[in-house]
Design a protein around this ligand. Structure first.
Ligand code: SF4
Ligand code: SF4
Length: 227
């Protein structure tokens, strides 16, 4: 670890555009153009584990942030957030597996989806509309509305709200009713895809390929694309 980490955050190095902040209780001094993850690397923390997407997609780098002169806590992704003077940051580790199990092939028809949803996610009806899930979501998703839509059987609309979900589990851990909102969103997206009627021209094309009526040489196609 190099000398950019000090025990005392007030003892900031006077370098232009450098800021001082606390990450997991360690004082870091780094340029304000860096994200939280980059600031850690700049300060000498080794990349001892696998590096995620660094693009706000994998949802692995969940952090709690308190800004200088504020008592408000926000949940963010460390690869997406630029550092600021006086930030106080803690990484959170939530690896709670979902308690909900289901098999889409066991849902007979789309007429049964709503009934089966309420059996699988029976606690969803207990939503208190507390907004805790919305507060927790680093992607700004209206999670509570997604739950409300799913409860009403409006799975397509519910699933669309969760398109940007990175399965960081922050809404799951913040829900006092153990609803697992992100898994409700995943269910909504899955059933929408599973029971959606595919385009007829695609079905006809696949039938022709399967019966040999249409001969498709995939390798030729790839060669054509690379030339
Ligand atoms: S909906 Fe939940 S799991 Fe998805 S990004 Fe938001 S907080 Fe994370
Ligand atoms: S945190 Fe849970 S109870 Fe509160 S609004 Fe979200 S889903 Fe409903």
């Amino acid at each position: 670890m190099n000398n950019t980490i000090n025990d005392n955050c007030n003892n900031a190095q006077q370098i232009e555009n450098n800021v001082s902040l606390s990450i997991n209780g360690q004082c870091i001094h780094a340029p304000d153009s860096l994200s939280v993850i980059q600031a850690l690397w700049y300060a000498g923390y080794p990349r001892v584990k696998g590096v995620g997407c660094l693009d706000g997609v994998c949802g692995s780098c969940r952090i709690m942030v308190r800004y200088a002169d504020s008592t408000k806590i926000e949940m963010r992704l460390a690869c997406q957030l630029l550092i600021e003077e006086g930030m106080d940051i803690f990484f959170t580790i939530f690896d709670t597996p979902s308690q909900h199990r289901y098999d889409l092939s066991k849902i007979n028809t789309s007429w049964d989806v709503q009934t089966d949803f309420h059996k699988i996610f029976s606690e969803a009806e207990n939503c208190r509309h507390c907004g805790g899930c919305n507060q927790a979501c680093p992607k700004g998703i209206d999670v509570e509305q997604g739950i409300n839509l799913a409860i009403k059987g409006r799975f397509r609309e519910s699933g669309e709200l969760f398109v940007d979900c990175v399965m960081c589990n922050l809404c799951m851990t913040s829900c006092p009713e153990f609803i697992e909102p992100n898994h409700v969103g995943l269910f909504a997206r899955r059933v929408t895809g599973y029971f959606h009627t595919r385009p007829s021209n695609l079905i006809n094309r696949l039938v022709k390929i399967n019966t040999g009526e249409l001969d498709v040489n995939i390798e030729d196609q790839y060669e054509g694309e690379s030339s």
